[in-house]
Design a protein around this ligand. Structure first.
Ligand code: NAD
Ligand code: UD1
Length: 341
């Protein structure tokens, strides 16, 4: 991909999308963002403009709207698509499976059909480490068996398989399946970050809301796992590192190597209590927590073997948990109510 190419970014107003837009703009790419703002706000794109000084054309619309997609591909010379748009709350997906399959799976099919009609065959897809289920051994390599325990995870797995079938049917497709581990942190400016619309499901936004006084205490889900301190271990990755992974993936697509899955993680796991301590350091406060029962569906430990991404994408995470917590805290403390602040 030439770095002057135009990239359609679906879900580009979201948490990972906004950070990736910044890295793409600074690499010289031209962007077109499509987002229905179901889990984001137009303000997020204004902030991307404030940070980069570059206007980001944003279209409000849905990836399930085939006519809109056809118009976008017709009106803009799009070379590649980075596809973030999707719903991502595990519990909600259990309660509303059809909504998840419609939005995530049908939405991706509709998008790929429009790409096919337009003759655009370069795609970067947001997958997740959730496709590994409960891994038998660690660290997790891309060739490990995949499985899903909830509709959200299954939607990612189904999409990966659909994209594999698509490549089999037509080798002009180039697809990078990026399996993210646990994205955390924020842009160092403090202007953009993760902005959950409800009570956070994920650890780091919950800790940040305790630190800023929006929640009383963290519930630590499980303290009897076979880990360093009994709490769950995950591979937290700074969202700016993750964003860089997308810039590398676009360059990789240009080699025309077909479809491939890449782990985007650091290769190192931290426990819940280690993350809590690191965040306490960053915000300079002691944060209240209580040990409670395990969360159903959680695994004890999950961390990546990121070797393949280093070898083939030339990508490696560079930022540690200090930066993850400091940048996450800067965003939360400057925007206690997120983009509504
Ligand atoms: P996010 O909710 O902040 O961003 C997703 C964006 O997509 C939002 O702006 C939302 O409004 C938009 N969107 C949703 N459905 C849409 C539709 N039908 N049409 C148009 N826009 C739509 O989430 P995120 O954390 O930035 O995640 C981005 C992607 O990465 C998702 O596909 C998610 O499943 C995946 N992922 C996220 C994580 C994580 O921990 N954040 C981990 C693994 C994978
Ligand atoms: C969760 C999702 C996963 C998704 C990922 C990124 C589940 C079961 N899995 O993964 O599908 O891809 O988010 O969006 O929801 N924790 C607490 N207290 C909290 C929140 C979390 O102790 O209030 C613990 C968890 O038990 C876990 C760790 O913190 O050990 C990380 O949790 P979380 O941030 O939700 O990420 P995952 O469980 O890895």
């Amino acid at each position: 991909m030439q770095s002057t190419a135009r990239v359609l970014v679906t879900g580009g107003a979201g948490y990972i999308g906004t950070h990736t837009c910044i890295q793409l703009l600074s690499a010289g790419y031209q962007l077109l963002v499509l987002d229905n703002f179901s889990n984001s706000s137009p303000e997020a794109l204004h902030r991307v403009q404030a940070i980069t000084g570059i206007e980001v054309p944003g279209i409000e619309g849905d990836i399930n709207d085939a006519a809109l997609l056809d118009r976008l591909f017709e009106q803009h010379a799009i070379d590649a698509v980075i596809h973030f748009a999707g719903l991502k709350a595990v519990g909600e997906s259990v309660a509303q499976p059809l909504r998840y399959y419609h939005n995530n799976v049908s939405g991706t099919v509709t998008l790929c059909q429009a790409m096919q009609r337009a003759g655009v065959f370069n795609l970067v897809f947001s997958s997740s480490a959730t496709v590994y289920g409960d891994p038998a051994t660690l660290p997790i390599r891309e060739d490990f068996p995949t499985s899903a325990t909830n509709p959200y995870g299954r939607s990612k797995l189904i999409i990966e398989e659909i994209l594999g079938d698509l490549y089999t049917s037509d080798p002009r497709w180039n697809v990078a399946l990026l399996r993210y581990f646990n994205p955390v942190g924020a842009h160092p400016s403090g202007l953009i970050g993760e902005d959950p619309s409800d009570i956070p499901n994920n650890l780091m936004p919950y800790i940040a809301q305790v630190a800023v006084g929006r929640r009383e205490r963290l519930s630590v889900f499980g303290s009897d796992y076979p880990t360093v301190d009994g709490t769950g271990v995950r591979d937290y990755i700074h969202v700016m590192d993750l964003a860089d992974g997308h810039v590398r993936a676009l360059a990789w697509l240009q080699q025309g190597l077909g479809i491939k899955a890449f782990n985007l993680g650091t290769g190192r796991g931290y426990s819940v209590l280690e993350m809590l301590k690191a965040f306490e350091q960053a915000c300079g406060k002691t944060l209240a927590y209580e040990l409670v029962a395990r969360r159903p569906g959680d695994v004890a430990s999950c961390y990546a073997d990121p070797t393949l991404a280093e070898q083939e994408l030339g990508w490696k995470a560079t930022l540690g948990i200090e930066a993850m917590c400091a940048d996450g805290w800067r965003w939360q403390s400057q925007n206690p109510e997120g983009y509504r602040s």
